[in-house]
Design a protein around this ligand. Structure first.
Ligand SMILES: [Fe+2]
Length: 398
């Protein structure tokens, strides 16, 4: 755990998420970053406890019936700049109840921080994005937040947020909430990192067969996002299933959205499994940037988080060792924790994936520690998919 402080000091958030310098003055739809990720869950109170204990996040705000919002209980948790909102229905008629019945726990909103909500919304609408919420202000004693929302794949939305005139904890209506667990003693004893992760690196969307390119085009047209070089097709097919993937990103690459669609394989693709169990397109995984993936994986495992297993041959392969070269720890340290490693011309990255975070085989998380690489671990896709397929087979869905 000793690395964490030094590593956090050395690695700026921009480096952690692979951001680049970018002159945004000509952007038609400037985006500063992901403001928050909103989940609808079956039990927000218990989910808030899970993300506090197992993901080391800190609860900072709450809104519910006590504040005059009769439909939902909403908990705001943070780790560095990463912010999750966990919302659950308080009664059967609430929006989250209906959504949860169809989709299970899932991501309903990838909210984007923008400098000008009205300009962004108006541009998006002109470019054909479906509008869900017109620009409006919400105000309380801490100031005013400007908000609007457009629709993206499935029942997912992008709320546009300008909080530059607001000093409160989250949004008007929310009140401060104390941390749910006190991690202080564990941090002081060196048993847990101060933060398990510092930022959101990327959020992946699963879309239906034949629609990936139109979603890539959607983000280009509506937000001016560009296609990053990394894309995958047949080369990541395994014996059983396959997917196609392309990545769109904003100018600074702080916001990166890989988009997957199923591809033909001998057996059912993991993307098909997701689409069936989620009930349509949706966010597949959130990648969380950490400066110390070893310490974070140790702490999360100790808290009961399950990660995908990677078989020994992955680490023992001479080809892998030659391709990877020297990384910051001996490969045995990675092998012991089942952390994957990939290298490209810019550097390398370490990554690991959790098992699905809820009962349905849908949303999961990735931890990523970047050392120069701006990729997504393409070299690991085959090993990763084989691990996912072993689990799919156990579920009877392969
Ligand atoms: Fe990823």
């Amino acid at each position: 755990m000793r690395r964490t402080e030094a590593a956090e000091a050395a690695a700026t958030e921009a480096e952690l998420v692979g951001a680049v310098a970018h002159d945004g003055s000509a952007d038609p739809f400037p985006v500063r970053g992901v403001d928050h990720v909103r989940f609808y869950v079956g039990n927000a109170r218990q989910a808030a406890h899970y993300y506090s204990t197992a993901f080391g996040m800190t609860c900072v705000a709450y809104r519910g019936p006590e504040q005059g919002y009769p439909d939902h209980a909403e908990y705001v948790l943070v780790a560095g700049s990463a912010r999750f909102v966990l919302a659950g229905a308080v009664h059967a008629g609430a929006e989250a109840a209906v959504h949860h019945a169809r989709h299970g726990d899932g991501i309903v909103d990838i909210a984007l921080e923008v400098p000008d909500v009205d300009a962004g919304y108006s541009y998006a609408r002109k470019q054909g994005a479906p509008g869900l919420v017109e620009p409006h202000s919400e105000t309380d004693g801490y100031g005013t937040v400007r908000l609007a929302a457009i629709a993206t794949y499935g029942e997912t939305r992008h709320t546009l947020v300008d909080r530059s005139q607001y000093t409160g904890g989250f949004l008007p209506g929310f009140v401060a909430h104390p941390p749910i667990v006190d991690r202080g003693p564990a941090i002081a004893a060196g048993l847990q990192p101060r933060r398990f992760f510092q930022a959101i690196d990327h959020i992946v969307g699963n879309v239906e067969l034949g629609t990936m390119d139109s979603w890539v085009e959607f983000y280009r047209r509506v937000m001016g996002f560009t296609n990053m070089a990394e894309f995958v097709g047949d080369d990541i097919a395994t014996d059983y299933s396959a997917l196609m993937s392309k990545v769109v990103a904003n100018g600074t690459r702080r916001v990166k959205f890989p988009l997957n669609e199923p591809a033909a394989g001998r057996r059912r693709s993991q993307i098909d499994e997701y689409l069936q169990f989620y009930g349509g397109p949706g966010a597949q995984h959130v990648a969380l940037a950490t400066a110390d993936i070893l310490g974070t994986v140790d702490a999360m495992r100790a808290a009961g988080v399950e990660f995908l297993d990677t078989p020994d041959p992955y680490y023992d392969s001479a080809e892998l060792r030659a391709r990877i070269g020297a990384v910051r720890v001996p490969i045995e340290e990675l092998k012991r924790r089942r952390i994957l490693v990939d290298r490209d011309s810019d550097g390398y990255l370490l990554q690991i994936f959790t098992r699905p975070a809820q009962d349905r085989p849908t949303v999961f998380f990735e931890l990523i520690e970047r050392h120069g690489s701006r990729g997504f671990g393409k070299g690991n896709f085959k090993a990763l998919f084989e691990a996912i397929e072993r689990e799919q087979a156990l579920r009877g869905n392969l």
